[in-house]
Design a protein around this ligand. Structure first.
Ligand code: AMP
Ligand code: ZN
Length: 114
């Protein structure tokens, strides 16, 4: 989609530190990491957020979730654990309107969600 930061990153039009890519998804390091490991995982297809999801994307979203676990393992996070977060909309402070998962790890996180 024109004018979407994460679409441009997935297309390589804006540089990023890529950690994984396949035909459906793209992962890169967050520019403002909130943990020692902070990766963003996105579908290549533009979906603005969870509120815009339809059944058409079921296979894509299943792949996205499974890939998050694969990336976490590759990053060495499996043993100590990690957190997968996805913000949707205003109250969750979603700042980029292209659906994404945050994969966070590398330190003990707060027991609270935020
Ligand atoms: P959210 O607030 O859940 O929408 O997450 C958006 C995330 O994108 C934030 O954690 C930002 O630090 C991150 N971000 C914004 N611009 C970039 C960029 N150019 N490269 C990597 N991460 C970015
Ligand atoms: Zn997009």
């Amino acid at each position: 989609m024109d004018d979407c930061l994460f679409c441009k990153i997935a297309e390589g039009k804006i540089p990023s530190t890529k950690v994984y890519e396949d035909e459906m998804v793209f992962a890169f390091r967050d520019i403002n990491p909130q943990a020692p490991v902070h990766i963003l995982l996105i579908p290549k297809k533009h979906i603005s957020g969870w509120s815009a999801v339809t059944g058409e994307s079921d296979a894509l979203l299943a792949h996205l979730m499974r890939t998050a676990a694969v990336i976490a393992e590759r990053e060495g996070l499996q043993e100590d654990g990690y957190r997968i977060v996805s913000n949707c909309g205003k109250n969750a402070c979603q700042s980029v309107m292209h659906l994404h998962l945050h994969i966070l790890g590398g330190e003990l996180m707060s027991g609270k969600m935020a």
